[in-house]
Design a protein around this ligand. Sequence first.
Ligand code: PRP
Ligand code: URA
Length: 260
Amino acid sequence: MTSLPATVTAGPSDLPPNTCALPRTGQLAGLLTAIRDKQTARGDFIFYSDRIIRLLVEEGASEALSARPQTRRRTLAGGDLVADQSSPSLQTGLNHLPVVEKTVTTPTGLDYNGVSFEGRICGVSIMRAGEAMEAGLRECCRAVRIGKILIQRDEETAQAKLFYAKLPDDIQSRYCLLLDPMLATGGSAIKAVEVLIDHGVPQERIIFLNLVSCPEGLRAMYSAYPQVKVVTAWVDDGLDAHKYIVPGLGDFGDRYFTSN
Ligand code: PRP
Ligand code: URA
């Protein structure tokens, strides 16, 4: 048995510039291994997915920065040797929101020169699977407003179809954390961004939070909306003939909401 260090770093090195992938720590790889395993029952799938979602939304910049790539030439999957990555952006969801200076007085009577978030935010989930990410966002941003966009991929063609959107009235003045755990062809996420833009949200105010992506979807999003930030927990190898992510984890929505 090979024992792997706590920080595993090598991921794809040619990500589009709007993409931020979480550092490949042993913890993250372990959580993903649990949800990739087809034997994992729904209760555990929910538990481990929720933990990754929480990391995506909240993980502190300091922890992320401390896991900056070190020299290492092997992936956790134990397969291909990959080139080391220099230093991608390692911020997580909330770390992409701008802050402004704020000074408060502490109970000791002294001033503390700190920061507070600039601007207001909202979450927007792409139904159904994106709804699994709402609780993680609420745990970090109490009473956050959440809009919903129902987009479904046609099971035969994998084309995304928009059915419904219900968004906060003042969404155009908020930063939008767009939520969907899977980015495959990119069709669903791109359609959701279109809806947000039609509602007046500038693309640079949209941050797409995602668990598993692949180069095809990331490239599609970048060429459609280069200023939308994509924060993904893991970039997989690609798509199979049915446009499923490989190695992937299957149908996230089914596994989280309806499977045994
Ligand atoms: C899944 C997933 C994404 C989409 C990704 O949803 O949650 O929304 O597919 O694929 P794409 O990048 O090729 O568009 P699906 O339409 O299967 O619906 P669900 O959320 O009800 O499972
Ligand atoms: N939707 C999923 O849930 N999984 C995939 O691999 C692709 C689309």
